[in-house]
Design a protein. Structure first.
Lengths: 288, 264
């Protein structure tokens, strides 16, 4: 058995082990890499940055723990930017295990906001987030399409009360907020076809500015909606999250993860090349 | 180093333990993996039931029906019409009886009717018509290169999108044999499709590696806390957790060597 035959019959577990070793080693060695910003991510940052204190945005946490790695960093970066700018944030989730994700994000961001921090040269004072005044978490409802349509009429139709059981009418922040007309933009963090529903039943029906943050697996499929103007921004996978963290000057797990990602990709490309060389050589040998 | 209470540390340890259980599948199927897999399924299902009750049925049905009185099965409620969706919901449960399962067709028919009525015009407009319009925009010849080859607003990108859409559609046109010019267009179409699949595959690899990277960060942070000197108990717990998998790895290695010896 020559080297090319060995390449073709390499046990996949060696590939796993090699990728794992490279990931662990790059995690242990501190270094940084340059993050290039793409226009589709910058447009989301610019949109949030252009809003005034007191403006409302809706963040849809439509993912379960299995997509936490890619979407949590986006949620953290955008929500922190919004709260630092004193925007009013409405959280909602249309994913069945999403309430835990949203609840965790709100608690962590609340802790972070208690410290004075400087982002992009601007120092933001410490502040205490107050539920019902600074943000509302509407909770979860099944059947995303119907919930999205219902919120377009009145938030109170699908959500008579928030996640913690407080009636929406008795929440100070929700006074005068009826539907999407009072919302400056919706940013959906999606790990499934809920993004399609936000496009078709939300933006397509009620015409509000919509941006998407999505898992890497979904990323390429949603560029046509960017091209058609149905969404004004896109963040795909950990790369999108790292770009946003970089724009917001709020480095987090996404930027840290990209350096590991870089070397993991190099290893995978090398294995793909090895596999193809092995395949071509053994095929030629068989033909001869 | 961040302070962490023993309770939080033990929960974090459970997360790290389950992470290692799941990754042990990469070598081969084993009881640790099965345990973690069954836990995920069970916890997700249990969590969903509770969330559905507290976020769905209670506020949207029972609270609306219940005006303080429970008698007459809420028929005396201020909003008795909520009994209709409740009844339709109950009818769905007849699926579990062979004799009565036909009753569930009524709520299913109603749901499908509403869903189709809502979906058809909106899906047609937003996912077909608007995509056709966007593929037919004027090519921006004045800004052909757009300063960068990856600028999706450049004339070149618009031209590629236009030609790519036409060619990909030609590939799926099977009423005419793919010969001559038609063959060239169809071949260009398949290349465009391959580029699309390649982009999707690239993103997928990135997504899967991201999940692994996040788990490394999690286990790494847990290890840092265990070795930070907060408490000797933390280090001991870390050793026990890793020790289980180290012993498993040694056992598997011995088995592997024995198998090799036997084969030789």
């Amino acid at each position: 058995m020559n080297i090319f035959d060995r390449m073709m019959s390499l046990d996949r577990r060696w590939v796993f082990l090699f990728v794992a070793l490279v990931c662990v080693i790059t995690y242990l060695i501190p270094f940084s890499i340059k993050i290039n910003i793409t226009p589709e991510v910058k447009s989301i940052y610019d949109h949030v940055e252009s809003l005034k204190a007191g403006d409302y945005i809706l963040l849809a946490i439509d993912y379960d723990p299995n997509a936490l790695a890619e979407l949590h960093p986006m949620t953290y970066a955008i929500a922190e930017q919004a709260f630092r700018k004193e925007l009013k944030v409405i959280f909602v989730t249309l994913s069945q295990n999403g309430p835990g994700m949203a609840d965790q994000a709100i608690r962590d961001i609340s802790d972070s906001l208690r410290l004075e921090k400087t982002y992009n040269g601007i120092t933001y004072p410490a502040r205490q987030l107050i539920n019902g005044k600074d943000y509302v978490f509407l909770g979860y409802k099944p059947y995303p399409a119907l919930v999205i349509l219902g919120m377009g009429q009145n938030f109170r139709l699908p959500f008579p009360s928030d996640y913690y059981g407080t009636p929406l009418d008795s929440i100070p922040m929700m006074k005068g907020v009826l539907n999407y007309d009072q919302i400056k933009c919706v940013i959906d963090f999606a790990a499934g076809n809920v993004a399609d529903m936000w496009i078709s039943y939300g933006q397509g029906r009620y015409n509000f500015p919509l941006a998407l943050g999505m898992t890497g697996v979904m990323g390429a499929d949603y560029y046509p909606y960017l091209n058609s103007g149905q969404v004004f921004g896109l963040m795909g996978g950990l790369l999108g999250a790292a770009q946003y963290e970089s724009l917001a000057d709020n480095p987090g797990p996404a930027i840290d993860g990209m350096r590991i990602q870089l070397y993991a990709h190099i290893v995978i490309i090398l294995f793909i090349l090895m596999g193809n060389i092995g395949f071509l050589v053994t095929r030629r040998k068989k033909q001869v | 180093m961040q302070e962490m209470s023993i309770g939080t540390f033990l929960w974090t340890t459970l997360g790290a333990f389950l992470t290692l259980c799941i990754f042990s599948f990469l070598y081969r199927d084993n009881p640790f993996y099965k345990l973690a897999e069954h836990l995920v399924v069970g916890v997700s299902a249990g969590y969903f039931v509770i969330i559905l009750w507290h976020n769905g049925l209670q506020p949207n049905l029972f609270n609306r029906l219940n005006d303080g009185n429970f008698y007459l099965l809420w028929l005396n409620s201020a909003a008795p019409w909520y009994m209709i969706p409740a009844l339709l919901g109950v009818m769905m449960w007849t699926r579990f009886s062979r004799k009565w399962s036909w009753i569930s067709r009524w709520p299913i028919a109603m749901y499908m009717g509403i869903a189709a009525g809502v979906a058809v015009p909106l899906e047609m407009k937003n996912r077909v018509n608007l995509q056709i319009y966007s593929a037919m925009t004027d090519i921006d010849w004045g800004n052909f290169f757009g300063g960068s080859l990856i600028n999706s607003a450049s004339g070149l990108s618009q031209l590629i999108i236009f030609l790519g859409t036409i060619a990909a559609l030609f590939y799926f046109f099977f009423s005419k044999e793919h010969t001559g010019v038609f063959k060239g267009l169809a071949r260009f179409g398949i290349w465009i499709l391959m580029v699309g699949f390649g982009a999707s595959f690239g993103y997928t690899v990135m997504g899967r590696i991201s999940l692994f990277v996040q788990r490394i960060q999690y286990v790494g942070d847990w290890t840092k806390v265990a070795w930070s000197g907060i408490s000797g108990t933390y280090t001991l717990v870390w050793f026990i957790t890793f020790g289980i998998f180290a012993l498993l790895a040694v056992y598997e290695f011995i088995q592997f060597m024995a198998r090799r010896k036997k084969e030789a």
